[in-house]
Design a protein around this ligand. Sequence first.
Ligand SMILES: Nc1ncnc2c1ncn2[C@@H]1O[C@H](COP(=O)(O)OP(=O)(O)OP(=O)(O)O)[C@@H](O)[C@H]1O
Ligand SMILES: [Mg+2]
Length: 493
Amino acid sequence: MQVSLRHIHKRFGAVHANNDINITFEGGRIVGILGENGAGKSTLMKILSGFQPVDSGEIWIDNRPVAYSGPQAAIRNGIGMLQQDPLDIPAFTVLENFIYGGSDGFFLPRKTAVRQLKQISQRFGFELDPDMPIAQLSIGQRQQMEIVRLLTLGVKMLILDEPTTGISAEQKQTLFDALRQLTTSDGLSVLLVSHKLEDVIALCNEVAVLRAGRVVGTRHMPATNAQLVALMFGQELAPQTRKHFDLSAAPDALVLEHLYLHGHRVNVDDLNLRIKAGEIIGLAGLDGSGQEMMLRACVGLHKSVRGRIRLKGDDLTGQSYRNFLAKGVAFGAAGRLEEGLVSGLTLTEHIALANEDGAIIDWSAARKHCENQIKLYDVRGRPDSMIETLSGGNQQRVLMALMPASPVLLALEQPTRGLDVDSARWIWQQLMERRDRGAAIIFSSPDLDELVAYSERILVFYAGRTFEIPDANRTTIDEIGRLIGGTFEVLPA
Ligand SMILES: Nc1ncnc2c1ncn2[C@@H]1O[C@H](COP(=O)(O)OP(=O)(O)OP(=O)(O)O)[C@@H](O)[C@H]1O
Ligand SMILES: [Mg+2]
C-alpha cells in the first residue's frame, strides 16, 4: 500500500505544528520519522491514523484521495497506530479486548479470536495469555496486544510513536523482529517515530526528518549516528565529556542502611548505600527489577519495611514525601502525565503549585515567574497552555523547571525519556549545574550509554538483587548488559 501526504497543515493556535507536509510512503519499508522535540512528528502520525483532524491537505492511498475521521475509519483504510502514551486501561482481559476492540461493534467469535490471537502471538514470539487482565500487562505486552489487534483488523500501515520507551531489551528485540517480518514478508509499511538513533539505524530502510512542522530531509539507510544528528540539527554535536568532580571531602547526602523494600513484583533486601553530595549514581536494570522502588524509597514515596534512611545526617525513616521535600529532595517520575504533571492544569498553575505551600497563591507573580521559567528552560509553550498540549520533550522541560535550583538530592526516573539528542544533553547540563552546587543525583535509565556517560557509580538491579559497579569509567556497556540479565558470575572482582 502506498500512502501519500499532500500539503498537510495543522495549527494549534499560534503553533503551526504541521506546515505543508508532502511525503510518500511505500509498502514493505520501515521509515524512521525523526526530529527534535516539538517538531510535529506525533501530530502528523495522529493525522494519518485519524486521531486528529487535519486543517487542510490530502491523504492519498494507492493513488486515490481518501477522507476519514476517527481512528476506526483510518483502520478501515488500512492505517493503524500504537499510541505514545498508553490510553486508559479498561478492566478487560487480553481476549476480551481483542474481541471487543474491533471496529464499529464488529465482534469476533470467541473461538476465532483465541485462534487468531494464538497464531499471531506464536508467529512473532509474543507472550500474550488470553486470560490475563490488561491492567497486569507490562507496557511491552500491551504493545504486543495492540499490534495483534491491528493486524487482525487488516492494517497495512503500522505507525509506532516511540515504541521502545519503557519496554525491556528482550521485548524490543521481539518487536523489531516482528516489524522486519511484517515489512519483508507481508509487505506492510511501518512508520517509526523515535529519538533512539541506534534503533533507527538497526531497523529503518529510510528516514524522514521533521523540523518546525516541515519535512527538511529524507535519506536512505544506512547512515551513521553522526549523519542522522547532522540531518536533524544541521550540525554535528560536540562529544560529551564528563567533568571531574572531587568527591573526597564531600559530606554524605543520603545514607541507606539495611533497607528492606517490599514491592508488588520484587523485594529488595538489605540495601546499603552512601551517596555523597555532588555524587551521581546510575541505576540499571530491566523494568520492575527494584530500581523504581528504590528511587521512590529515597524520597519517601515508598516506605521501607526495615532499615534506615538518613538525609544529610537527619534520620527520615518512615517520614512522608512532604517531609523529604522540605529537607531538599526532588523527585522526577518517568510517567510524566501520570505522576509529575497534572493534565488539565496550565503551566502557570504547575509552577505556582510547585512553589507555594498550597495556601494563598499570588497569580500575577506566578505568571511572571512562569514566563521566566519558560524562557530559562526554553519550553515551547505559553503560560496558559494546558500541560497535555505540550510535546513530550517539552513536558520533560517543564518537569525540570519545577525542580528546585539547589536540592540536596535529586532522584530521577529516566530523566531524558523521549527527548531528542540535543534536549537530552541540555537536561544533563541543567542537572550538572545542580550537582556542581552540591546536589547528589540518583537516576535510572534504560540507556546504557547514558548510565556510563554520567554516573560515577552504577548500581545494577536484577530481580531485587543489586550489584555495584564502583567506577563507571571502568566498565563497558557489554558488562552492564550481562549484569542486567542476571549474569553476576562472569565479573572480575
Ligand atoms: N493538542 C494540542 N494543543 C495545542 N498544541 C499542541 C497540541 N498537540 C501538539 N501541540 C503543539 O504542536 C507542536 C508539535 O507537537 P508534537 O507533539 O507533534 O511534537 P513531536 O515532534 O511529537 O515532539 P516530541 O518529540 O517532543 O514528542 C508542539 O509545539 C506542541 O506543543
Ligand atoms: Mg511526540
